[in-house]
Design a protein around this ligand. Sequence first.
Ligand SMILES: Cc1cc2nc3c(=O)[nH]c(=O)nc-3n(C[C@H](O)[C@H](O)[C@H](O)COP(=O)(O)OP(=O)(O)OC[C@H]3O[C@@H](n4cnc5c(N)ncnc54)[C@H](O)[C@@H]3O)c2cc1C
Ligand SMILES: CC(C)=CCC/C(C)=C/CC/C(C)=C/CSC[C@H](N)C(=O)O
Length: 441
Amino acid sequence: VLEKGVLGGRLHTLDMEGATYEVGGSVIHPLNLHMKHFVKELGLSVASVQDGLAGVYNGEEFVFEESSWSFINLLKLLWHYGLNSLRMSMWVEDILDKFMRIYRYQMHDYAFSSNERLLHALGGDDFTRLLNQTIDEAMQKAGFSQKFINEVVCPVMRVDYGQGVTINAFVGAVSLAGVQAGLWSVKGGNKLVCSGLIYSSKAEVIPGTVVSIEPKTRTRRGGEPVKLYEVTYNTSSGLTGDTYDMVLIAAPLGRKLANITFRNFDPPIPEFPNPYHQTVTTLVHGRLNTSFFGYSDPQAFHLGAIFTTDNPKLFIHSLSVVSPAGDAATGGKLPLQSAVWKVFSKEELTKEQLNLLFSSYDSVKVKPWLAYPQYSPPEKFPPIVLHEQLYYLNGLERAASAMEISAIAARNAALLAFHRWHGHSASVDQEDLHEKLKTEL
Ligand SMILES: Cc1cc2nc3c(=O)[nH]c(=O)nc-3n(C[C@H](O)[C@H](O)[C@H](O)COP(=O)(O)OP(=O)(O)OC[C@H]3O[C@@H](n4cnc5c(N)ncnc54)[C@H](O)[C@@H]3O)c2cc1C
Ligand SMILES: CC(C)=CCC/C(C)=C/CC/C(C)=C/CSC[C@H](N)C(=O)O
């Protein structure tokens, strides 16, 4: 495993006031079965994520504020949005049900040679349609009101993916799943899953930045030719390289991303347009300036999570009280006392902007990310098989970026590489797997 930075990549923590906080991938869905399996196998502990009371701010006022009474919330939702909220849960559930088919396919060792085939095997033409239209279009067609889409759906897209309702409807549904009940995280930091898996697999970790990959043919002692890949990488002691039978690229490709050059491939490996969206995570230990949000009396302010609608005047996507990685959440209980807030924004916050948001603060930590794809349906997927034994995992992120998606893509690539190496064509790209496995079990 060649790693240019810190093991974990976009799973990363920063310390503040003696505690550790997630600043990259933070929440995991209760039905993310690979992630669940990893923490169990590695003996890691988990904690449930409980956010504080949430409100939706439109730049002038809160258009929705959660109450601590669930019955009142239900009435509020019905009053503001009729049955939209209930229908949305069913809409997301239907997509999740189809998504869950992947676990059965992978349990039976089936693999797919393209991202399109994998997604089609899960949700058929319904998933293809979701990937070809915006969440706005899909939900309008499904009969959701524009007010609900603007005031509930859009704020969730903004907190999760820093983008509005123009993102594809599949990642939109994943994003809505990302605010469902039962979310959890790994005690000590989600990145422990990555280091744990690497060490338990006994892989050798080489600190180095891969700069190029080139196919080579060498001759064995017996005289027969063998095809290999020469991987050149930069280390602290300079440029070096190794040859491998098989290479899996597990980082987003692109000049501003992994920036790997493919040398002397015939035909050449094309460049895929793969823009990634910048999101800046800022941790602030301080007191919120509630009057910025229209509350002149701080005592009257009870929210621990502020979501925002799509208003160009707003310079933040969201703001929420966070608990140390994996601790039982205090989110929302102490929003006005000195708390650690996590702010998501497109650009790094200026001093003036921090002074608008906080009446006082004593520490600030900033982590800018090229976080996830800039979604723009219809989504075009890069190939998984770049060359005979050269595989690329992160193309599946164009459907949706999440820890579980990377785990699914990784397992698929491992199965695919194994089957192609051994010529097991019956285990690759099987049609109607859902129906076949129904009768098999
Ligand atoms: C702010 C933020 C919040 C998020 N929140 C959530 C969330 O709550 N829940 C969720 O499920 N997902 C979330 N995600 C998404 C999730 O973090 C990612 O989808 C997932 O971690 C991607 O994992 P990966 O291993 O595919 O890629 P990465 O984590 O990007 O790993 C790629 C690795 O490759 C290394 N690398 C890159 N180029 C080279 C090179 N040339 N040579 C050597 N090494 C290289 C990198 O250093 C990195 O370690 C969030 C992401 C961000 C940024
Ligand atoms: C893949 C499936 C079926 C579900 C994953 C759902 C999920 C956990 C989505 C979250 C994706 C995401 C990019 C969240 C970013 S923000 C997370 C959190 N609210 C925070 O404030 O850090």
